[in-house]
Ligand binder design. Structure first.
Ligand SMILES: [Zn+2]
Length: 112
């Protein structure tokens, strides 16, 4: 398994895909969260920068949104600060979904 960030990104570029990407996220996760927090609106839990959100909120997202975020995620984007447009859009959409989900849970959602 590639060890350095450069090797991992090269592996990903070569199409070694999911396994290399997952290995990258795991290896970044052990470095800890720093100041990065879950993207779920209002959640203050700290999560590693390579992850979208805390475990609870990540799994609350519908599978199709998780798949979109995961496929748009490029290893190292949290270090280079250059997420793809697809990632940013998918992430925003997930936050939009999360806001509605919070309202649904409180019974406040209604159609205007
Ligand atoms: Zn959260």
């Amino acid at each position: 398994m590639p060890e350095t960030l450069f090797e991992r990104m090269t592996a990903i570029a070569r199409g070694e895909g999911i396994a290399a990407k997952a290995a990258h996220v795991r290896s970044e996760a052990v470095k800890g969260a720093g100041a990065h927090h879950c993207h779920w609106p209002g959640c203050t839990r700290r999560v590693p920068p390579s992850m979208w959100g805390c475990r609870d909120h990540w799994f609350r997202l519908p599978r199709n949104l998780r798949t979109r975020i995961w496929s748009a995620y490029r290893a190292g984007q949290e270090i280079s600060k250059t997420p793809s447009r697809e990632y940013v859009e998918a992430s925003r959409e997930a936050q939009e979904w999360a806001r509605k989900d919070d309202l649904r849970e409180r019974g406040w959602e209604y159609d205007l």
